[in-house]
Design a protein around this ligand. Structure first.
Ligand code: PGA
Length: 251
């Protein structure tokens, strides 16, 4: 099954509107091969401006989170319809920083996934184990729980899609990357798990991204793994030249 690679830049809590516009402009000027998707996920304040910069290009716009409700008394959250309004087609959900710093639970993440899909946004569901969980052999149990709970009640097929991002918490922003073997092992595990939850052809179409210190030097090897279908990139997505090289990975 050929899955179209997706290179996603998660800008986290970085960039003013002017900085975001400059970065987006520089990225759309870099060569983007036609056989892959590129997504930019700036902070909420810059979504609209970045959406305008990239409109007419093949680059996609994504949000870093999304509420399950369309509107109402949800101070501090943002609705799927608001995100669609500024041109988003995807939303990152359940990032480990949301889970760890802001206490988002699997149940809340599941609601966000459902809400995004209901409004036609493709969720990028993030999962990942901590260092302690890896060292105590709980990696696969934790990941299975995050996948099953995050996707509880979620129906896929007929245009309804999800993307999964495996981001080992110990590799995020630390400069430590999972080895290609560790990444491939988890990606295959997740794909086989998805195949028990959904029909095989649906599971085989789900893109599974790797995230955690992806950079221009390791992207080629990571993308060379059979079940690594893309990258979710933090730090290295904040500079046009490094993200440009990541977009132009060679297997
Ligand atoms: P990093 O972040 O590339 O800076 O490790 C990745 C992420 O958290 O999505």
């Amino acid at each position: 099954m050929e899955r179209r690679p997706l290179l996603a830049g998660n800008w986290k809590m970085h960039t003013t509107v002017a900085e975001a516009e400059d970065l987006a402009r520089a990225i759309i000027q870099s060569q983007i091969p036609a056989d892959r998707d590129v997504l930019l996920a700036p902070p909420f304040t810059a979504l609209s401006a970045v959406g305008k910069v990239i409109s007419g290009s093949a680059v996609l716009l994504g949000a870093q989170n999304v509420c399950w409700e369309e509107k109402g008394a949800f101070t501090g959250d943002i609705s799927p319809t608001m995100l669609k309004d500024v041109g988003c087609s995807m939303a990152i959900i359940g990032h480990s920083e949301r889970r760890q710093i802001f206490g988002e639970s699997d149940a809340m993440i599941n609601k966000r996934v459902a809400g995004a899909m209901q409004h036609g946004l493709t969720p990028i569901l993030c999962i990942g184990e901590t260092l302690d969980e890896r060292e105590t052999d709980q990696t696969f149990r934790v990941l299975e729980e995050q996948v099953r709970n995050g996707l509880a009640g979620i129906v896929l097929g007929s245009g309804k899609k999800i993307i999964v991002a495996y981001e080992p918490v110990w590799a995020i922003g630390t400069g430590k990357t999972a080895s290609v073997g560790q990444a491939q092992e988890v990606h295959l595990f997740v794909r086989e798990l998805l195949a028990t939850m959904y029909e095989k052809n649906i599971a085989s179409e789900i893109r599974i991204l790797y995230g955690g210190s992806v950079n221009p030097d390791n992207v080629d090897d990571l993308m060379g793994q059979d079940d690594v279908d893309g990258a979710l990139v933090g730090g290295a997505a904040l500079k046009a030249d490094s993200f440009g090289r990541i977009i132009n990975f060679n297997k």
